[in-house]
Design a protein around this ligand. Structure first.
Ligand SMILES: [Zn+2]
Length: 249
């Protein structure tokens, strides 16, 4: 029964039996792992406050070959998000991020790049709801990108020509980008140069920098529009069935 040690983010906990909890962890080394924290509901539990959602922790667990649930031996807090997680707006956005991760990432499938992205998001210094909304957009964009679901918006999907920075393009039903010429006969969503700028910026900076720069530059509308487009892609992926999800990562 091998002992595994790995840095992790606590995504969620569920009550199990009288004294135990099931903990869903996003681990650096093994992807999403579900484990049992024995006695975690007792007042004097060794797990203490280490199971608060979105805490960054170091976890040790025993992996049993034939069981989906691992047995957690210890969890040590590296960084607690307790204060932040007490804010309803943060709690709601972070819970949505946890739901998306659980929907996109198959169990025990390691993805270190994705882990680093999620860690950078949960440890970003976010101080306003505007920054929080930008952070969510960043997270969704990268989740889609790392899964291979993010369309390439540099060229027109139909004619292949480069879409100019000043051009207003449109998306087709799969959120591919159509240039202003090809988009004439199309009823998709208009994508302003501002929205495309947000799309490109999120791909090139850290989540904290994206949140700060975006909320400082009065781009709330563009972020909202980008969020709607990403939301449609996410719905397509999740609605597309498990097979597509699993092969995405
Ligand atoms: Zn075109």
């Amino acid at each position: 029964m091998p002992l595994v040690q790995t840095e992790s983010i606590v995504l969620r906990t569920y009550s199990l039996a009288e004294a135990d909890r099931i903990v869903v962890l996003f681990t650096r080394g093994h992807g999403i792992v579900r484990g049992v924290a024995k006695g975690a509901k007792r007042l004097n539990s060794k797990f203490g406050g280490s199971l608060e959602p979105f805490s960054l922790v170091n976890v040790e667990y025993f992996q049993k070959e034939d069981r989906e649930l691992v047995s957690i031996r210890s969890i040590e807090i590296e960084r607690s998000l307790f204060d932040v997680a007490a804010e309803p707006a943060f709690l709601s956005v972070f819970s949505e991020m946890a739901d998306l991760l659980m929907a996109f990432v198959p169990p025990q499938d390691p993805n270190e790049t994705l882990f680093r992205m999620v860690k950078a998001c949960v440890t970003a210094n976010i101080t306003s709801e505007r920054e929080l909304n930008a952070l969510k957009v960043y997270f969704e964009l990268w989740l889609l990108r790392l899964g291979g679901f993010l369309p390439d918006w540099s060229t027109c999907f139909r004619c292949g020509r480069k879409v100019e920075p000043t051009e207003t393009a449109r998306t087709d039903s799969d959120q591919h980008l159509l240039c202003s010429t090809c988009a004439r006969s199309h009823s998709g969503t208009a994508v302003s140069p501002n929205v495309r700028e947000q799309f490109l910026l999120a791909r090139s900076v850290s989540p904290e920098e994206y949140a700060k720069r975006t909320s400082a530059s009065d781009n709330e509308m563009a972020v909202k529009e980008l969020a709607e487009i990403l939301g449609k892609i996410i719905q397509n992926v999740i609605g597309g069935g498990r097979e597509r999800r699993v092969t995405g990562f």
